[in-house]
Write a protein that binds this ligand. Structure first.
Ligand code: TXA
Ligand code: MG
Length: 321
């Protein structure tokens, strides 16, 4: 395997068994995957990402039946949600089983579990048999990858096995739901919305992480950030600034000439699918500033709004790369 040829499922599984780290497509974003039961392999993920220890990883499962191997207690709500949304973009935070490595959980008493839907992720998990600890395949604090070339651009030869699963169908990271407390609570919004979770569970789901919640690096303000400073503006404000020198625009409600920026779809799911590749594209053009049209304050846009707010908070913070 080398950087010019995508890795096969068999090569990926062999690499995982050797304790190596691979680039794994999921339906949300590409992950940097390692054997969740191998402490040295998990340590390699942290080193590659330059992720501080104490920021826990999501454990990816091949089947809902594995829940009982990785969580020491599985509430009925977790089984109901897994039956409804797995495989899919929903991560459940549950009390950890004894076998879960401290490096994976960041020393917390909980573990984040999800079963990805991408056919290549499922093929690797099926053939591997175990579980894979996999954060998004970007360096700490930067934009998540949604195409194999993003992973190769980020890690080059240090991650020789990157499976080519094409562009990710969802495009933003999974919804994270904490089921370890008294009531279900969303720690990170995503494609599985609060309304969907409430409809399935029949109980209220809290929206935001409280101060005492487990650490979620994706919930730190400065995250998912391009290098170019990024500002979020309402459409009217943005239209008033289209001639701003050195600025590139990211709209969804009006046309933008190619040299002035990009227009994304006005549909939340289609926008999410295209967002990270658009930010990478605009970031690479060397502009002084990215001006982004704010998206609607509507439930289906919650995941995108969250990522745009973090991108605005973290943009230009070169020290986090
Ligand atoms: O869609 C996704 O979830 C992607 C793909 C690759 O599966 N993965 C992903 O991983 O976004 P990462 O590491 O970039 O983000 C995982 C998030 C982090 O914010 C981390 O803090 C949180 O999950 N997390 C992991 N374990 C946790 C736990 N026990 N309690 C609370 N949050 C946890
Ligand atoms: Mg990430």
């Amino acid at each position: 395997m080398n950087a010019t040829r995508p890795c096969s499922v068999a090569e990926a599984v062999a690499a995982l068994r050797r304790g190596e780290v691979i680039g794994l497509p999921t339906e949300t974003v590409y992950g940097l995957a390692a054997d969740a039961g191998n402490a040295a392999a998990v340590a390699r993920v942290f080193a590659l990402k330059q992720r501080p220890a104490g920021h826990p990883l999501i454990v990816h499962l091949g089947a809902p039946q594995q829940l009982d191997q990785w969580a020491r207690s599985v509430p009925e709500a977790a089984r109901v949600l897994a039956a409804r949304y797995w495989p899919g973009p929903l991560t459940l935070v549950l009390p950890r089983a004894a076998r879960v490595l401290d490096a994976v959980t960041g020393g917390q008493d909980t573990v984040a579990l999800r079963m990805p839907a991408h056919p290549l992720a499922r093929a690797v998990l099926d053939a591997f048999g175990g579980a894979l600890a996999a954060p998004s395949a970007n360096r700490f604090g930067r934009i998540s990858p949604t195409r194999p070339e993003h992973v190769r651009a980020e890690f080059g030869d240090t991650v020789p096995c990157v499976l080519d699963g094409g562009p990710c169908a969802v495009g933003i990271e999974s919804t994270i739901l904490d089921l370890s407390g008294a009531a279900p609570r969303i720690l990170r919004p995503g494609a599985i919305t609060r309304a969907m979770l409430e409809a399935t569970l029949g109980v209220a789901v809290a929206e935001h992480a409280a101060a005492d919640s487990p650490r979620v690096s994706g919930s730190m303000a400065a995250h998912y950030a391009p290098h170019t400073p990024l500002r979020l503006l309402d459409r009217e404000e943005l239209l008033a600034q289209t001639q701003e020198p050195g600025a590139l625009l990211l709209s969804h409600g009006f046309d933008v000439p190619p040299e002035a920026g990009l227009r994304l779809p006005a549909n939340a799911a289609a926008y999410a699918r295209a967002l990270y590749a658009a930010l990478r594209d605009l970031d690479a053009r060397g502009a002084r500033m990215l001006l982004v049209e704010q998206v609607p304050d509507a439930p289906e846009w919650a995941g995108v709004r969250d990522r745009l707010a973090r991108a605005a908070a973290g943009a230009g913070a070169g020290s986090t790369t």
